[in-house]
Design a protein around this ligand. Structure first.
Ligand code: TRP
Ligand code: ZN
Length: 885
């Protein structure tokens, strides 16, 4: 807990460090009731930061200082000043060595930052500012050092002792202890430091790099999980090959290790040569992990591996530059996943996620630019904006420069900045220099927050055979930013003729037509594009592949959207047309619901989805995506005032209408796909993901009706399958069904069978917490008493409380405010246990601006109650105070 007022930190105040740390020699002595950390820092004055010898200010928190010396001379209390967060001393020469010993308490560290215990294993999480909870240090990413680490622990409890780099020595010690020394030859900032000690088993493999070096690959897990590592290992090898082929990047150490831990605040961490993962992002096998979990493991393994270049070899100068590594690396992992699976489906999933969650963040009180300019607690800025929007910004550069130009830029970036800590400007500069382009206006994507709106209107002149598109862009104000300058918005577009064919594109000023799809950069507040030789009035296909993270407005009629759904050559826009059609139909139903009228659904939605369902040529994953109506979260995001009950009622009504009208094709598709699932073993590959996703969405529609053969099929799928994808989907639809007896039986048998597998139990908690049936809060409160639940494990908190507050709008937004009160209570408890998790958990309360005034009042009252609840962590304080400002 903080004892000083939390302080705002500004990008504009950045100053280079006064001192550098050339070498860092660490020794850890791990014990059950405390640990000792000895650090030897070989330091010198930073020549780039001025002259003279300013005081040395080391970061340190929750450390018990046992001894301190400079150049071998022990310092007394008069020689330094100590506060909660800093150790200040006066160097006497330009080069010197600091030795310190501290006592820390990993065994009682529930914040899961610094050195802590997950079960019986020791592990670390240092990003962003956790290293200062391990030893006194210059804990900032622009201080890079060569690390040597010795770990000493009891031999029988901790046979495996790991750190970054290569093992260089080891030996026994008295008292059944042993030690291992690791050396990392690469300079790195402290946030990439890692240490692991435990009784771990490992799966081993190897990879031959493009220059024929052998790299040992190891995935370390607790013994009971040794059978769930193969998928992560395969993903790792694919990632290593892909980064060589697509970016020319080779791995640089002789060993690459992944360790799975159960207690982890985020998904995973890219520590040099020793990635530490949330076990949910490593472990996967057919019987216990869904298709979605398999794809997440593949993506996260790739993401962390790719950081070895985009993050580690080239790192961030300061934490305002976080998107330099995260936005770029998310873009890299998204392209990897697109290459490994279905490109269009990956794009659809990412865009749906961005528009639901990042757009909501951009419209809320925590909105910030991709490169923020101020923060209180950096942990609060590992956001959808920095990650997902940051990735969209890199994608736009890729779109504008083309794959080859982008590769020239990334080559120059890696070459120019290898071993350095740099900024987003350096990244852009490399892209500019390699391509001879000017991206200065484009850089507004880094400095201006908020989601731009792009409104488009058309006019056709049959006489002159010209077609014009007028673009108007604007961006709403965000905290601290009232007026926005125009962005550079790459719009990929095409024109369809009356038969659905692609028309050749010739813009005014061009000698001849070139291509049928192209990218135009819209960079003015208002801008008109005129196409020549346009023989008939076309239908425009705009923002193909979602070429920019904007809200597009074009006055499409429903018939035009149906036409685009069938004919657009861009798969993403075919899906998008279906979504926009569904949005129009659902918004009409929402309005009827609000007026208290009987709901009547436009039959064109049914007709459009019937065509999709009957199209045997269409990729099954696309069929499944097109059958998925826009989520309640997205419908909330696009509402001015979200009416939770009307949104839910309208969407459920539409689902029932579709289920009834499309029973035959749904049942036929279900049975055909289920038959393949039943008769062939599970395979974690795209075409099989596609088959199962259509099978399962069909089942979820079919279960809305009351045909007994469907319930029988659902129960059969639940009981007779070799994989978690089918089993969990069947369980989820049962949980949301009125069949109380079958539901109770399925939930009980599932929990009984999987009670010892925490990741499967997380799924069991989630499907119940996300069920919109009445009594959700009581259900969640009861489940908190279940022996498998604990507030100390972030996965459990996310699976139960996070799913309730984030994925169950009717349950959470109960008009009496009970959902809000419950969430605030959990935030207050977690604030003391794990501030990062508390702060993330409270984000649904920050969205009060979207709801009616009664709910707004209730939500704000809970935020006030949190604020008044006593000693708040800087994490929770920042989010609550900004939400109330
Ligand atoms: N750098 C990690 C990533 O790959 C993010 C991360 C992992 C993190 N653990 C964390 C960030 C704890 C803050 C705190 O994206
Ligand atoms: Zn990352």
């Amino acid at each position: 807990m903080r004892t000083e007022q939390p302080k705002m930190i500004y990008l504009k105040d950045y100053q280079a460090p006064d001192y550098l740390i050339d070498e860092t020699h660490l020794t850890f002595e791990l014990f059950e009731d405390h640990s000792l950390v000895h650090a030897q820092l070989v330091m010198r004055r930073n020549p780039a930061a001025g002259t003279g010898l300013p005081p040395l200010v080391l970061d340190g928190q929750q450390l018990e200082l046992l001894s301190l010396s400079m150049d071998g001379a022990e310092l007394g209390a008069a020689d330094y000043q100590l506060s909660d967060s800093q150790l200040r001393l006066q160097p006497k020469a330009a080069s010197f060595v600091i030795d310190s010993s501290v006592r820390i308490h990993p065994e009682s560290n529930t914040a899961l930052e610094g050195l802590y215990k997950s079960g019986s294993m020791f592990c670390t999480q240092c990003e962003a500012e956790g290293f200062r909870k391990i030893t006194y240090y210059l804990d900032r990413p622009d201080v890079m050092s060569k690390f040597t680490t010795t770990v000493s622990a009891e031999q029988h409890r901790y046979p495996v002792l790991l750190s970054n780099g290569n093992p260089i020595a080891s030996g026994p010690e008295e008292g059944d202890r042993h030690w291992v020394t690791w050396q990392d030859p690469f300079m790195k900032p402290a946030y990439l430091f890692a240490l692991v000690a435990g009784d771990l088993w490992c799966v081993e493999d190897s990879f031959t790099t493009m220059s024929q070096r052998e790299v040992a690959l190891r995935i370390y897990v607790e013994p009971e999980n040794i059978d769930k590592c193969q998928h992560a290992m395969d993903s790792l090898k694919k990632s290593m090959r892909w980064d060589e082929e697509v970016y020319g990047r080779e791995y640089d150490l002789d060993i690459f290790m992944i360790v799975a831990v159960n207690d982890f605040n985020m998904g995973a961490m890219e520590n040099k040569g020793l990635n530490i993962f949330n076990s949910s992002c490593v472990l996967a096998k057919a019987e216990t992990a869904t298709d979605a979990a398999h794809q997440r493991v593949e993506a996260v393994v790739a993401h962390e591996y790719f950081h070895n270049w985009s993050g580690n070899r080239v790192t961030c100068r300061d934490w305002f530059q976080l998107s330099l590594k995260e936005g770029f690396t998310v873009f890299r992992d998204a392209e990897f996943s697109a290459d490994m699976n279905s490109r269009t489906v990956k794009r659809i999933e990412d865009v749906a996620y961005l528009r639901t969650h990042q757009f909501a963040e951009d419209a809320g009180p925590m909105a910030h630019p991709v490169r923020p300019d101020a923060f209180i607690e950096i942990s609060n800025f590992y956001t959808l904006t920095v990650y997902e929007k940051g990735s969209e910004v890199v994608r736009m550069i890729h779109t504008l420069l083309g794959a080859e130009g982008f590769r020239k830029g990334s080559d120059l970036y890696f070459e120019r900045h290898d071993g350095q800590a740099v900024t987003c400007d350096d990244f852009i500069k490399a892209m500019e220099d390699a391509n001879g382009v000017d991206l200065s206006q484009f850089k507004r994507w880094y400095s201006q927050g908020g989601t731009p709106r792009l409104s488009v209107s058309e006019s056709y002149d049959a006489q002159a055979r010209t077609y014009s598109l007028s673009f108007k862009q604007s961006c709403p104000p965000t905290p601290g930013q009232k007026d926005k300058q125009p962005f550079v918005i790459p719009v990929a577009l095409g024109l369809l003729d009356g038969q659905g064919g692609e028309m050749p594109l010739r813009l005014a000023g061009e000698a001849a037509a070139g291509g049928t799809s192209r990218v135009v950069a819209i960079d003015q507040a208002e801008q008109v594009l005129t196409f020549l030789d346009v023989a008939e009035k076309p239908l425009p296909s705009l923002l193909r592949g979602f070429s920019a993270p904007v809200k597009l407005g074009f006055p499409y009629s429903r018939d035009q959207l149906m036409f685009l759904m069938q004919h657009d050559s861009d798969g993403f826009n075919r899906w998008e047309a279906g979504q926009q059609l569904a949005v129009q139909v659902l918004q009409e139903l929402i309005a009827q619901h609000q007026r208290g009228e009987a709901l009547v659904m436009d039959p064109r939605l049914t007709a459009a989805l019937r065509t999709v369902l009957e199209d045997e040529q269409l990729d099954q994953a696309m069929v499944a995506e097109m059958l998925s109506l826009p989520g309640e979260g997205y419908l909330t995001e696009i509402s001015v005032v979200a009416d939770v009950d009307a949104i839910h009622g309208a969407r459920e009504f539409a689902r029932r209408q579709l289920a009834e009208a499309l029973f035959e094709p749904l049942w036929q598709r279900y049975q055909a796909n289920r038959e393949v699932s039943r008769s062939s073993p599970y395979v974690a590959e795209a075409e099989h993901f596609a088959r199962r996703s259509l099978q399962n969405i069909a089942l979820s529609y079919l279960m809305l009706g009351d045909q007994p053969q469907v319930l029988a099929a659902c129960l059969e799928q639940f009981e007779v399958c070799d994989n978690m994808t089918e089993r969990l989907a069947a369980l989820a639809v049962l949980v949301n069904s009125p069949f109380e007896e079958e539901k109770a039986k399925a939930l009980a048998s599932f929990a009984d069978f999987f009670k010892d597998n925490p990741l499967v139990m997380d799924q069991w908690f989630s499907v119940q917490a996300a069920s919109s049936l009445p009594g959700a809060l009581e259900r969640v409160q009861q489940l908190m008493q279940h022996p498998a639940f604990t507030l100390k494990n972030p996965n459990k908190v996310r699976a139960l409380i996070g799913a309730f507050a984030g994925q169950n709008p009717v349950g959470f937004h109960q008009a009496d405010g009970s959902g809000y009160r419950f969430l605030a209570d959990q935030v207050i408890t977690l604030n003391a246990l794990n501030p990062q998790i508390a702060s993330r958990l409270l984000s649904p309360l920050t969205r009060w601006g979207k709801y009616d005034s009664a709910r707004q009042g209730l939500m704000k009252a809970e935020l006030e109650r949190i604020l008044a609840s006593g000693e708040l962590s800087s994490d929770v304080f920042e989010v609550v105070s900004k939400s109330l400002a």
